[in-house]
Design a protein around this ligand. Structure first.
Ligand code: FES
Length: 286
C-alpha cells in the first residue's frame, strides 16, 4: 500500500477523532436549516460551494510565496496573504456545513483536513504579523510553512472528494446503468402500490422510489444524490420526499433539490400504465 493511502486509511479508522468531531458537529448543527444553509451547501448552483471558495486562499497564498522570491514585492505578498486570510473564513464555513452531514469515516478525515488548514491560517497570520513588524525573512519562512500545511489540507481534501466521494453526485451513474432511455421497463402492478407511501422497486438492478398519488405516480432514483441514502425509507409529504439520512428534500415531480445538503437533482423516470402494469423509462439514459 502506498504511504499516503496507508495514512489516509488510518485516519478513516481513527475512532479517537470521533469525540472532537461530535463536539464540532454540535456547533455546526446550531446553524438553522433554511435558505442560508442551502446556499452554503451550493443548492442554487447544483454542486458544493466549498471547492470553489477554497481556490481563493490557496491561489492567493501560492502567489504570495512566489512573489516572496521576486525583489521589491513585499507589500504585494502581504496583500495576497491578507486576501487569503479573508477568503479562508467563508471557505471554512461552507466546508464545515458540508462536513457535518457526512459519514463518520469522512468526518474523521475531514477533521484533520480542517485542522491542517487551521494551522495554515495561524501560520499565515503570524507571517503577516512578522512582515508588519519589519521581519520579512521570518514572514517568508512562516508563509512557506503555511503553504506546506495548505498542501496537507489539500491532499486530504482530494482524498475526501475523489476517494471518499464527499460532495459528489451519487445519482450520476443512474442513467448509465439503467441503459436504453427509450425502452419501457415494467416495475409491477399499479394496484399493488399503496397510495401516498414510498415504495422501492427495481429497474433491472437499479432501485427506484415509487410514490403513487391520487392521480399520478412519481418514480425517482432511490439512492439519494447526496450520499446514497434510501429515499424509499424517507418521508413523503406535499409532493416532496425527505431523505432519511441527512434530510435532503427533493421534489417528487421534478427531482429538483428543495433543501440540501444534496445539491444534485434525483433522476426522474417517465411513467405509463398499460392495463394495471406500471412501466417506466429514463429519458436520455444509455
Ligand atoms: S444521503 Fe444524505 S441527505 Fe440523502
Amino acid at each position: 500500500m502506498r504511504m499516503t493511502t496507508a495514512i489516509t486509511t488510518r485516519l478513516e479508522e481513527a475512532r479517537g477523532l470521533d469525540r472532537p468531531a461530535s463536539v464540532l458537529r454540535g456547533l455546526v448543527g446550531r446553524v438553522p436549516a433554511g435558505r442560508i444553509r442551502d446556499i452554503a451547501h451550493g443548492v442554487p448552483i447544483g454542486h458544493p460551494v466549498h471547492p470553489v471558495l477554497v481556490q481563493v486562499p490557496i491561489g492567493a497564498w501560492i502567489s504570495a510565496s512566489v512573489l516572496d522570491f521576486v525583489p521589491r514585492t513585499g507589500p504585494a505578498s502581504g496583500v495576497l496573504i491578507t486576501v487569503g486570510l479573508g477568503a479562508a473564513l467563508p471557505a471554512a464555513a461552507t466546508g464545515a456545513l458540508d462536513w457535518a452531514q457526512t459519514h463518520e469515516q469522512q468526518q474523521r478525515v475531514g477533521l484533520v483536513h480542517a485542522a491542517a488548514n487551521s494551522v495554515a491560517v495561524g501560520l499565515y497570520t503570524a507571517s503577516l504579523w512578522a512582515r508588519l513588524r519589519g521581519r520579512p525573512i521570518r514572514g517568508r519562512l512562516l508563509a512557506l510553512t503555511g503553504l506546506t500545511a495548505v498542501g496537507v489540507g489539500g491532499l486530504l481534501g482530494g482524498h475526501l472528494a475523489y476517494r471518499q466521494a464527499t460532495g459528489v453526485n451519487h445519482a450520476e451513474q443512474v442513467p448509465h446503468v439503467v441503459g436504453d432511455g427509450s425502452r419501457w421497463h415494467s416495475i409491477g402492478l399499479l394496484s399493488a402500490l399503496p397510495v401516498g407511501k414510498p415504495v422501492r422497486r427495481f429497474v433491472g438492478e437499479t432501485p427506484v422510489l415509487v410514490v403513487r398519488g391520487a392521480d399520478r405516480v412519481d418514480v425517482l432514483a432511490d439512492r439519494c444524490a447526496h450520499l446514497s441514502g434510501p429515499l424509499s425509507e424517507g418521508e413523503v409529504r406535499d409532493g416532496r420526499v425527505t431523505c432519511p439520512w441527512h434530510d435532503s428534500v427533493f421534489d417528487l415531480c421534478t427531482g429538483e433539490v428543495v433543501h440540501g445538503p444534496a445539491t444534485a437533482p434525483q433522476p426522474v423516470f417517465e411513467t405509463r400504465v398499460d392495463g394495471d402494469e406500471l412501466r417506466v423509462r429514463l429519458p436520455g439514459a444509455g
